[in-house]
Design a protein around this ligand. Structure first.
Ligand SMILES: NC(=O)c1ccc[n+]([C@@H]2O[C@H](COP(=O)([O-])OP(=O)(O)OC[C@H]3O[C@@H](n4cnc5c(N)ncnc54)[C@H](O)[C@@H]3O)[C@@H](O)[C@H]2O)c1
Ligand SMILES: [Zn+2]
Ligand SMILES: [Zn+2]
Length: 390
């Protein structure tokens, strides 16, 4: 099968032929349809210090994917050949104190798909059945492919009650954008999102935010005035990993405000602890997704009309992976998807994606895609959709 492999200890990725993975005990084999490119994958291609110290080569990269089940190990129940699935990319040990208590997202021995073991940028991937999420609500394979980062957004956004609250989101990358959509959808009063790139803030405008603010041109105070806010934000969702954004957020929280931090800073930095103490601010770190409460939340949010399609801006064939990675690395787009289906119509899923897909529409930024991907996908997209009537 074709797979995108980190073969050598140098910048780059290589599209090569490798043996198909075999189903081990308790595992499921999946024909990959679509994959999403994550910041982690960009670090791996670049082979920065983190990648140099973390990876054992060769490695099939990638952890954001959707696909159809083609084989299940004997004894695996509730997952059938043909099911449309996504994968939870954190493989937990099942034995540590937190795992034993059912808090699997807090496992201290987590193994990352496409980081610590072979990943999903390939025609086939195997996963433990306990890491497979079957889509029982119809969902487009493109959206199913980004359930991992969507889960980061949902886990963070739902960390604190949002109904009627004023919410500040720093960073309008794909995850910040999805968090903004979730906050608006679940009934926040004001959702202000900030970034330093207008292209990303323009996308935020399509997701129901109250204000998309470029912090290089305006200030959070000015934004608060526009929204007639007086006392500061009730909830902050930090989605940039940028020290200036974190400091700005802390300075604009109301007393008793709550901050959920997903953004991963590159290094240590100072913040005003005096303000955190005297404003009595709660800060919660967020990593990955709750297994599987976040996944349940995601499916239900989509079922109840949350629309993520504006977040997906670019689509490529896996053969054009370098162009896809360059686009993702530009930092100006939404989510970048690679198509691994090779045009073949995969086996019909139990939850009938064919029918579901025929019912809805995916927004595409036509001009941004390379000619080849557009042609290959035109037919699929014409037939493809998200059922928003449910
Ligand atoms: N904790 C986890 O489990 C987890 C998982 C995935 C990603 N992450 C992290 O979450 C963050 C968001 O992920 P992403 O894929 O959307 O990343 P991204 O890098 O695409 O988005 C970050 C955005 O922050 C913006 N930004 C930079 N400086 C800013 C400032 N001063 N104010 C406001 N915005 C600013 C950037 O322009 C960019 O658009 C990243 O830091 C990523 O490393 C964490
Ligand atoms: Zn990711
Ligand atoms: Zn564990």
């Amino acid at each position: 099968m074709k797979a995108l492999v980190k073969e050598k200890a140098e910048p780059g990725l290589w599209l090569v032929d490798v043996p198909e993975p075999e189903v081990g005990p308790g595992e499921v084999k999946i024909r990959v349809l679509r994959t999403g490119i994550c910041g982690t994958d960009l670090h791996i291609r670049k082979f920065d210090d983190w990648a140099r110290h973390t990876l054992e080569l060769p490695l099939i990269v990638g952890h954001e994917f959707s696909g159809h089940v083609v084989e299940v190990a004997p004894g695996v129940e509730d997952i059938a050949v043909g099911d449309l699935v996504s994968g939870e990319g954190h493989l937990v040990c099942g034995k540590c104190r937190n795992c034993m208590a059912g808090r699997r997202h807090l496992c201290r021995n987590t193994v990352g798909l496409g980081v610590n073991r072979d990943g999903a940028f390939a025609e086939y991937v195997t996963l433990p059945a306990s890491n497979v999420w079957v889509h029982r609500v119809p969902v487009h394979p493109d959206v199913a492919a980004i359930f991992d980062p969507f889960g980061n957004a949902v886990h963070t956004a739902l960390s604190f009650p949002l109904v009627g609250e004023d919410v500040l989101i720093t960073g309008a990358g794909p995850i910040g954008l999805m968090a903004a959509a979730v906050a608006a959808h679940v009934g926040a009063r004001n959702v202000m999102i900030t970034d330093v790139h207008d292209e990303r803030l323009d996308l935020a405008g399509k997701l129901g935010v109250s204000l998309a603010l470029n912090v290089t041109k305006s200030s959070i105070e000015e934004g608060m005035r526009q929204l007639h806010m007086r006392e500061g934000f009730d909830v902050g969702l930090e989605m940039s990993g940028n020290p200036a954004a974190v400091r700005d957020m802390i300075a604009h929280m109301t007393h008793g405000g709550k901050i959920a931090m997903l953004g991963l800073p590159a290094e240590e930095f100072a913040v005003d602890w005096g303000t955190i103490v005297t404003s009595m601010i709660t800060i919660k770190g967020v990593y990955g997704r709750e297994m599987f409460e976040t996944w349940y939340n995601m499916s239900v949010l989509l079922e109840k009309g949350l629309d993520l399609t504006p977040v997906i801006t670019d689509r490529f064939s896996y053969e054009d992976f370098d162009a896809a990675f360059d686009t993702a690395a530009s930092g100006r787009t939404g989510k970048v998807i690679m198509d691994w289906s090779g045009g073949a119509r995969p086996e019909r899923a139990r939850n009938e994606p064919t029918k579901a897909e025929a019912a809805a529409t995916i927004n595409t930024r036509g001009g941004a895609r390379p000619e080849r991907a557009r042609n290959e996908q035109a037919e699929a997209e014409a037939a493809a959709t998200i059922d928003r009537s449910a």
